[in-house]
Ligand binder design. Sequence first.
Ligand SMILES: Cc1cc2nc3c(=O)[nH]c(=O)nc-3n(C[C@H](O)[C@H](O)[C@H](O)COP(=O)(O)OP(=O)(O)OC[C@H]3O[C@@H](n4cnc5c(N)ncnc54)[C@H](O)[C@@H]3O)c2cc1C
Length: 384
Amino acid sequence: MAESVDRVDIAIIGAGPVGMTLALALAGGPYKVLLIDSRRRGAWAADPRALALSHGTRQILEHLGAWNAEAATAIETIHVSQRGGFGRTLLMARDYDIPALGYVMRYRELAAALDAQLDSSRLLNDSPLIDLRSSREGTAIRLASGADTRRFAARLVVHAEGTPGNDVEITVRDYRQHAVVAEVRPAGGHAHRAWERFTPDGPLALLPLAQDYSVVFSVPPDQATQLLQIDDDGFLAALHARFGGRVRFTAAGPRARFPLALRIRQQLTATRQVWIGNAAQSLHPVSGQGFNLGLRDAWELAQTLLASAGEDPGDDAILATYARGRQFDRGGSMAFTDGLVRIFSNDLAPLRFARGLGLLTLDLLPPLRHFVARRMIWGARAWP
Ligand SMILES: Cc1cc2nc3c(=O)[nH]c(=O)nc-3n(C[C@H](O)[C@H](O)[C@H](O)COP(=O)(O)OP(=O)(O)OC[C@H]3O[C@@H](n4cnc5c(N)ncnc54)[C@H](O)[C@@H]3O)c2cc1C
């Protein structure tokens, strides 16, 4: 007997924070939406990352009823400096008439808040994709579901399955850095200050999180291995050495690592398909842009689709409108993070001097400093 085929308007593949944001932004609209994930529901509970969320991201999450205020720690100032060189700059929320430049939240707490708002009947977990075929008429999706397979027909497939592997559509720049993440306890509290410190090995970020700092330590892969193998005292000593005594730490939690590369999908759309979030672009975590950009992808796609209610959501013209609208924000965020990594991750004396001048200029020239701060707060809306 032939397997039955369930019909939906929009299938979102990947129930990570970006896929869930899109599902929520489309809820209540005219489309029948299905959100699919290969993992069990709540698998994100094991994720060790914390994310810096911009003020603009908070506003969108609030609108969706998914802002987890109790899990958010405000960033009131950001201190930017380089190891072994002069110059530093300070960004302050009070200069922008907002309560915080951004917020820090654990990935798992962000995911839990989004998940709590989902309509469970529109969510399919534990269902790895077996096959996807798209044509002008529609897309055919085959999923594994336990020992069985299930088939769906969708008018539009949204790819939100996170960082892609190597594929001809993806341009990859391997940074030869891995991020080692951990939560560490500062002596004397954090006073809601985040630190971004550039070192020749890679950037080091300290993000205030509850009573602690979330550390994102970007280093070459062999150093990442060492940082995972040493004991807590050794890890704290490595942190102190790179941080130059500005902050003292008293305890460290478990550590984990993530390889870092820039992965860019050249075409955001194909016949009845569109890519958003990390599936469209995976960035270096420096300056915390990745999820904020992915959330704006999800939000803008939902607005484009809702504005075309009554039309075919997989229509080429609608997808082209979306892709055109994302060019500026996407290009700016990729250039901003990639530029920071490339300019700062080396130890050439002339560049060190130029970077010091850059940081000093940033501090002395308010318009330039305001541009950088607005990029952290709003993303593409940084431009006046
Ligand atoms: C160390 C580190 C620190 C970071 N810090 C920040 C920060 O401070 N601020 C910030 O904005 N961003 C930050 N990022 C980036 C941020 O984590 C990502 O941009 C964000 O997680 C992307 O969300 P996503 O939903 O697109 O993908 P993911 O979070 O990867 O979720 C993808 C989902 O798709 C599912 N999936 C995968 N394959 C399939 C499949 N074949 N079929 C069905 N489902 C599938 C997965 O199970 C998962 O649930 C950081 C990243 C790292 C590594």
